[in-house]
Design a protein around this ligand. Structure first.
Ligand code: ASP
Ligand code: MG
Length: 403
């Protein structure tokens, strides 16, 4: 078997943990498997490097930031290879350049285009454990790039696809994917299985266990993933295509506090208004979510939408600049103290009543809904941030997701 094993920063944060990971890899190796290990930077090293950069030059270029950040992963793979060697197992560390992991040129948010598997295969055929830097790539000019925060998961999935691996395990500091964030909902339960689509909704909703693009890629190439703990041997959560497994009505509840709500009021009711509004925002790279347009009242209409909290000031600036001139709106309001709570479940496609049940739970808890949005397998509500935790708990209870 060829296995790809990815370990996050906390799993390699110090000497003891590095050896703990090394031993797990040796076990696989001694069972006759070919082992590819993908690592993140140690602990919070990526943040440390970013702070160092900010201290020297708050406006440092993205190219130089990537040059700096790639050293984090390079440190962990070299140390891991040394640890494996000291345990008597031949290993070799490779960075994105040495493997040849080609990406787009978009520094800080590059996308993987092609992975050259030759060198890795050669090393595996020579019975070495191959330890590869996550998160980084090389663009067509030969410069380093990075894939965006949390991008090592995507490196691992891409390698699993390129190498036609038999297993791809994502090791983290939690036991798997849960029905809710256990820090918010203490009785949350670990899921044994979840579909790619549900995981995608949860990942983008801030469940935080997997990099969104890694799930997209896993779905595209049919890579079955296991999310499991590096600190114990419990089985983890399998992420795969929905098969005949029983479709859960609701698999989980996600809470996202990184949300700000905008309402642009008194817009003209004529073609092109929404286009202009979102065009201005897109031009400034402001990503929007949860768009809602009101029906006409008194000759005008309102449009509400959400952005991440970091983007709120930028979005307000853009809207204020264009508000009077091209948008001709009467008022722009922004609320930063909001949160989004969502229920996700593949079974809701064919079962009515999920939204009603969620709204009932919120009503019983006395929580007001500011805005609603849905997809085929998700219902999300925007509420006051101070009610985010009780709302998640109430909805989790309503669907009896506890242990
Ligand atoms: N080290 C990078 C980060 O902290 C990538 C990763 O951990 O996946 O975002
Ligand atoms: Mg991560």
């Amino acid at each position: 078997m060829l296995v790809v094993k990815k370990f996050g920063g906390t799993s390699v944060a110090n000497k003891e943990r590095i050896f703990n990971v090394a031993k797990r890899c040796v076990e696989d190796y001694k069972n006759g498997n070919q082992v590819v290990v993908v690592l993140s930077a140690m602990g919070k090293q990526t943040d440390v490097l970013l702070d160092m950069a900010r201290d020297i030059n708050p406006k440092a270029s993205k190219r130089e930031l990537d040059m700096l950040l790639t050293t984090g992963e390079q440190t962990s793979v070299a140390l891991m290879s040394m640890a494996l060697d000291s345990l008597g197992v031949p290993a070799v560390s490779l960075n994105a350049f040495q493997v040849a992991m080609h990406t787009t040129s978009d520094n800080g948010n590059a996308r993987l285009k092609k992975i050259d598997a030759k060198r890795i295969k050669f090393e595996l055929d020579n019975r070495r454990i191959v330890v590869i830097t996550g998160f980084q790539g090389v663009n067509r000019y030969g410069d380093y790039t990075t894939l965006g925060r949390g991008g090592s998961d995507t490196t691992a999935v891409a390698l699993a696809a390129a190498l036609h691996a038999d297993a791809c395990e994502i090791f983290t500091d939690v036991d798997g994917v849960f029905t809710a964030d256990p820090r918010i909902v203490p009785c949350a339960r670990k899921l044994n299985v979840i579909s790619y689509d549900e995981m995608l909704e949860l990942a983008s909703l801030g469940a935080g266990v997997l990099h969104n693009r890694s799930v997209e890629m896993a779905k595209k190439y049919g890579v079955q993933l296991v999310v499991r703990s590096s600190l114990n041997t419990s089985e983890g959560t399998v992420v795969k295509e929905e098969s005949n497994m029983e479709k859960m009505l609701v698999s989980g509840v996600a809470t996202d506090k990184n949300v700000a709500q905008f309402s642009v009021e008194g817009l003209e009711n004529k073609p092109g208004v929404a286009f202009k509004l979102f065009h201005h925002l897109a031009n400034h790279n402001v990503n929007v979510d949860m768009i809602l347009q009101s029906v006409e009242h008194g000759g005008t209409q309102d449009i509400s939408f959400t952005v991440t909290k970091e983007m709120a000031d930028e979005a307000l600036d853009v809207l204020e600049r264009h508000g009077k001139t091209s948008l001709k709106c009467e008022k722009i309001a922004v609320a930063k103290d909001v949160a989004k709570v969502s229920v996700v479940g593949a079974g809701m496609v064919s079962n009515p009543g999920v939204a009603a049940k969620m709204f009932e739970a919120l009503y019983d808890a006395g929580i007001n809904i500011r805005q609603i949005s849905t997809s085929e397998i998700r219902v999300s509500v925007l509420i006051d941030e101070k009610y985010a935790d009780p709302a998640a708990q109430a909805v989790h209870d309503a669907f009896s997701l506890e242990d």
